[in-house]
Design a protein around this ligand. Structure first.
Ligand code: CP
Ligand code: NVA
Length: 309
């Protein structure tokens, strides 16, 4: 049984296989409409339960379409509508029930411990659809998008992140180690990635580049990423944190330090961390980025269900 919880725990060759499968699958269904099932219907009869403790638009819809296009079915649950966490039912019991009713479990939570607890008690694969510490499905899909646009393996590109050291960045750091690409991060000193993550990078004999000057991070970039300064799980002083990021806005001036054909990506939703001119401009590929999530979720599901070609 294969979970998809943290990119740090997934082998590089499996990540590459997922991306390759998504490319083939996207190409081969160009003439099909949204709800038509892929030719071989590889997940026919399979059932995915999605559970959300936080808001979601893209992750929810992309998993819905992904399992449908593979021939399976899904339901979306809100954890506050279940007994879970209200004293009525333990995670262990809920996990056993989910394992009886379904073939896979996709979970978005505000508590990393819950992910670990579910993992311990489930006998079906679990996918992390965003937790405070990582957002692996987003980042793998973003790598797919970058390779699609740049027509090059990610290992040949300079990737830059301007913004908070959050769940998305943690997964991007893990991906940079697993897929060997150069990652430069621009963020205020106080909001640098956690020591634990930096230690893991070092342990894997890789390097990432962290700057408190965003211009240095953007220098020669092929891709600039950004994300909201205040994430869903952030319980910080919003005013203080927002002020610390004042000089980290992705705008035309910052883009002038990057390579000429540099592209902009953002997982959405967005805040003030990027100017409209960049977000809605020619170099931005955020809509393609969002729509590609369907294709990559499909290959992630196939990986988890042991059906990757
Ligand atoms: N990017 C992303 O995960 O979007 P949602 O929060 O809408 O799922
Ligand atoms: N870092 C953001 C990503 C949203 C998709 C958050 O956790 O809110």
């Amino acid at each position: 049984m294969k979970h998809f919880v943290n990119l740090m725990d997934i082998q590089s060759r499996d990540l590459k296989k997922i991306i390759l499968d998504a490319k083939k699958r996207k190409n081969s269904r160009k003439s099909l409409s949204i709800l038509e099932v892929d030719k071989s219907s590889p997940l026919k009869g399979k059932f995915l339960i999605q559970m959300f403790e936080k808001s979601s638009l893209r992750t929810r819809l992309s998993f819905y379409l992904a399992i449908k296009q593979l021939g399976g079915g899904t339901i979306t649950l809100r954890s506050n509508e279940l007994h879970l966490g209200q004293g009525g039912e333990s995670i262990a019991d809920t996990a056993k029930i989910l394992s009886t009713y379904a073939d896979g479990f996709m979970f978005r939570t505000d508590d990393d411990k819950k992910v670990e607890n579910f993992k311990k008690h489930l006998s079906i694969p679990m996918i992390n659809g965003l937790s405070p510490s990582s957002h692996p499905t987003q980042v793998l899909s973003d790598i797919f998008t970058i390779e699609e646009i740049k027509k090059k393996p990610i290992s040949k590109l300079n990737i830059c992140w301007i913004g908070d050291s959050n769940n998305v960045l943690n997964s991007l750091i893990a991906a940079s180690v697993k897929l060997s690409f150069k990652l430069s991060i621009g963020c205020p000193k106080k909001f640098q990635p956690k020591k634990k993550i930096l230690f893991w990078v070092k342990k894997n004999k890789k390097k990432i580049y962290i700057y408190s000057d965003p211009k240095k991070a953007a220098h020669n970039a092929d891709v600039i990423f950004s994300d909201k300064v205040i994430s869903l799980n952030d319980s910080v002083n919003v005013k203080i944190k927002t002020k610390a990021f004042k000089n980290f806005k992705v705008d035309k001036k910052l883009f002038s330090f990057a390579n000429k054909d540099c592209i902009f990506l953002h997982c959405l939703p967005r805040g003030d961390e990027v100017s409209d001119e960049i977000f809605l401009g020619k170099q931005s590929h955020v809509w393609q980025q969002a729509s590609n999530r369907v294709h990559v979720q499909k290959s992630i599901l196939l990986y988890c269900f042991g059906k990757l070609r």
